[in-house]
Design a protein around this ligand. Structure first.
Ligand SMILES: Nc1ncnc2c1ncn2[C@@H]1O[C@H](COP(=O)(O)OP(=O)(O)OP(=O)(O)O)[C@@H](O)[C@H]1O
Ligand SMILES: [Mg+2]
Length: 131
């Protein structure tokens, strides 16, 4: 199954169990990615959605999977209460997601504010083997 289908199915089932409304969007014609890429992106969405329910009290989330230039980008936004990224207690969740992206020469960022909720963005370079 393609990554976009796996993510879409996960979003539907997560939404059904938690009541969080999730809008999943994926660009057409994504390259086929390696298992390491797919696992990293999948873990990010699992962790980010779990956090949106556990910490944010969010009612909705938006997931976008795209290709931008030579990178695969994945973003997750929630409409919850947000948090201070610099002072929040560190958990294992977001730290390990960031490590996974960095191990694959990608990047991972967290932006959050009380008025705008939380946005996670990850990107991974598209390699020749993916094309
Ligand atoms: N979407 C979010 N909305 C509000 N606060 C968040 C959100 N995501 C993370 N946080 C805050 O950042 C902290 C760190 O998140 P992280 O996922 O790393 O750890 P955790 O969820 O507390 O524990 P773990 O993921 O290891 O079970 C959380 O404890 C919470 O305070
Ligand atoms: Mg967590």
């Amino acid at each position: 199954m393609a990554l976009s289908q796996v993510l879409s199915a996960f979003c539907i089932s997560f939404s059904a169990t938690t009541g969080l409304k999730i809008d999943f969007n994926c660009q057409d014609n994504l390259p086929t990615v390696s298992n390491a890429y797919a696992a990293t992106i999948y873990r990010m969405i699992q962790e980010g959605l779990a956090n949106a329910v556990k910490h944010a009290n969010a009612s909705a989330a938006w997931v976008n999977l795209d290709v931008v230039e030579k990178e695969i980008t994945i973003s997750l936004e929630d409409n919850g209460q947000g948090f201070n990224v610099d002072t929040a207690p560190a958990g294992m969740g977001l730290v390990s997601i960031k490590e996974r992206f960095q191990l694959l020469n990608g990047s991972f960022e967290i932006e959050s504010s009380v008025t705008r909720g939380t946005r996670l963005s990850g990107s991974l370079p598209i390699l020749d083997e993916h094309l």
